[in-house]
Design a protein around this ligand. Structure first.
Ligand code: FES
Ligand code: FES
Length: 167
């Protein structure tokens, strides 16, 4: 299959990659750019482990072709961190509540939660639960994740995306 050069902006940094027409955003971020915070789970839009933000909105990286992402801003969990590696407030809430065990689902979970909170208002526990329905976790039983997102949503002016240093 023929390959073409693609310009992608990821976590505030520009990248040039060679892709085939069938390469997904997940393929490129994980395999070509080495971003281990974007994870391959089901590969068919069910588990949410490949979630990234596309122009600020969560998408499944396994369902989006890389060529469709050209000209858009992609943010992964690393893009939430400050340039000196400081954790985003949402990460601190997850840490405080022990909301990650193996951590496989955590990046996607956080990006989806961040989008919910950024949408405004203070989501109820049920609204958080509903927003996260496409992010599966095999470990935590979800309670601690809901606690962490609730705490983050209750912060006074929770910080937005801080980083984008292209780590
Ligand atoms: S790997 Fe994309 S939704 Fe499961
Ligand atoms: S913490 Fe292991 S899958 Fe969620």
């Amino acid at each position: 299959m023929s390959r073409r050069k693609l310009a992608l902006r990821v976590n505030g940094r520009d990248h040039e990659v060679w892709v085939t027409p069938s390469d997904t955003v997940l393929d490129v971020l994980h395999d070509d750019l080495g971003l281990a915070d974007v994870r391959y789970g089901c590969g068919e839009g069910v588990c949410g482990t490949c979630t990234v933000l596309l122009d600020g909105s969560p998408v499944n990286g396994c369902l989006l072709l890389a060529v469709q992402a050209e000209g858009h801003d992609i943010t992964t969990l690393r893009g939430l961190m400050s340039s000196d590696g400081g954790m985003h407030p949402l990460q601190k809430c997850f840490l405080r509540h022990g909301a990650a065990q193996c951590g496989f689902c955590t990046p996607g979970m956080m990006l989806t939660a961040l989008d919910l909170v950024r949408a405004g208002g203070r989501p109820s526990r049920e609204e958080i639960r509903y927003a996260l329905v496409g992010n599966l976790c095999r470990c935590t039983g979800y309670t601690k994740i809901l606690d962490a997102v609730e705490e983050y949503a209750a912060l006074d002016g929770p910080d937005d995306i801080q980083g984008g240093a292209g780590r």
